[in-house]
Design a binder for this molecule. Structure first.
Ligand SMILES: *Cc1c(COP(=O)(O)O)cnc(C)c1O
Length: 422
């Protein structure tokens, strides 16, 4: 049977147990009034319909109660971040006490490095990818310099082999095995933003720990996308933003994980603030910092409640869909369908650099256009209602998001790309 037909795609949608979740989101419209084919949820996730309700509730609490809103209402602001802990923990496979929503992603990476990057003359390197997301590169470079080391010596940059697009796990493990004694910190993504490659976080963590390295992950493209077990994997720390697969709105507050084995380590350096102080005595306003016995200890400030309300709305939609495991199940099928019809129709004109196996890919395909100018093709498909993104020099990234994308979206995307490549 030919799977590249509208009927076939519609049939898959009809069989999709969570197809109705699309109605929980606002889908941007094209000029002709039809839904955009929105495949950009890896950059900015769409707005859940609940978001404005949850935000408006907090605005009205503020209107009616002023400062008393900190302690009154269904969701008092004082403990507001606690309302997010259970569902955030499920997303990354952690205990609720190991996660907290605070700050922004890059800020959290810095705060984590303050605690987990303790270079010494013998062990001063940070292992990251050569083609890391720029913010991560800058953060690592500036931390190295801050400690008085030379980024040229202390940044160990891993890249794919010549002629390959993604990094082999075996190569990573070999570097860790050979140079681990000099590596203070391994900081890698859960999902590589450009190629969509999923890293084997468990194997990397194990290899790093065997050599005495700390291991942290940037989960910007993994949170809300993959099923993870940070606690069981013994990962030291992780941080993620909430506006990509977590649909909490532009610049919304980020997430952070610190393994509980570090919670009562008094030797760990930390940049502290009052929101990290033991909540029982926080308002006694004493000068002695007594940290919370949880990842909350890394909090600095009282958090932006409106942003946390948006995160609560987003976490509720994930829960309503049946949780991350259910999303991942659909995601695997949806991505496989998209890949299959892309290769069936366009294999002579494109290649997909995202690894094909289930273990090594999530809800993103990175497509290289081999014929013509990638940017011109990209502009053409955008004009026809597709929203996805283009990364220089020639990669089109598309993210079929299980919460709101349909098999019909996948079909339409391939039809439009096919027309543009004629
Ligand atoms: C999206 C993304 C960021 C963005 O950082 P912000 O601090 O949220 O602006 C950083 N790193 C990675 C890997 C990303 O994918």
């Amino acid at each position: 049977m030919n799977k590249f037909t509208l009927e076939y795609a519609q049939q898959l949608d009809a069989q999709d147990p969570i197809a109705h979740m699309r109605d929980e989101f606002y889908i941007p419209k094209q000029d002709n009034g039809e839904d955009e084919i929105y495949l950009c949820g890896n950059s900015l996730g769409l707005q859940p319909k609940k978001t404005s309700e949850y935000l408006n509730y907090e605005l009205s609490q503020w209107q009616k109660l002023g400062v008393k809103g900190h302690f009154s209402g269904d969701y008092p602001w004082m403990p507001y971040h606690e309302f997010l802990a259970d569902e955030s923990a499920k997303l990354v496979g952690a205990k609720p006490s190991e996660v907290v929503c605070m700050n922004s992603l890059t800020a959290n990476l810095h705060f984590m490095m303050v605690s987990f990057y303790q270079p010494s003359a013998k062990r001063h390197k940070i292992l990251i990818e050569d083609h890391a997301f720029p913010s991560d590169h800058y953060a690592v470079e500036s931390q190295v310099k801050f400690h008085g080391y030379d980024p040229k010596e202390s940044m160990l940059l891993v890249k794919p082999r010549d002629g390959e697009d993604t990094i082999r796990t075996s190569d990573l493990l070999k570097i860790i095995e050979e140079q681990g004694d000099e590596i203070a910190l391994i900081m890698l993504p859960g999902v590589q933003y450009y190629t969509g490659e999923v890293f084997d976080m468990q194997a990397i963590t194990q290899a790093g720990h065997a050599k005495g390295c700390k291991v942290g992950f940037d989960l910007a493209h993994a949170a809300g996308n993959l099923v993870m077990s940070l606690h069981d994997w013994q990962v030291d720390f992780a941080a993620w933003c909430s506006y990509k697969y977590l649909n909490s709105g532009p610049g919304s507050v980020a997430g952070c994980f610190v393994h509980e084995k570090h919670h009562d380590n008094k030797d760990l350096p930390r940049f502290a603030g009052w929101w990290g102080h033991d909540k029982e005595t926080r308002f006694e306003m004493e000068n002695t910092f007594i940290p919370m016995q949880s990842t909350e200890a890394w909090q600095l400030s009282n958090p932006p409640i409106l942003s946390l309300a948006a995160i609560r709305a987003s976490l509720d939609t994930v829960k309503m869909a049946g949780g991350i495991e259910t999303l991942r199940k659909k995601s695997i099928k949806l991505s496989a369908y998209l890949r299959e019809i892309l290769m069936q129709e366009l294999s002579s004109q494109i290649s997909i650099i995202t690894p094909e196996s289930e273990e090594q890919s999530g809800a993103q395909l990175s497509i290289i256009v081999n014929t013509g100018d990638g940017k011109i093709i990209f502009d053409e498909i955008e004009a026809k209602g597709v929203t996805c993104d283009f990364r220089h020099p020639n990669v089109i990234r598309v993210a079929p998001v299980p919460l709101y994308n349909s098999y019909t979206d996948a079909y339409q995307f391939v039809s439009i790309l096919k027309e543009a490549l004629v």
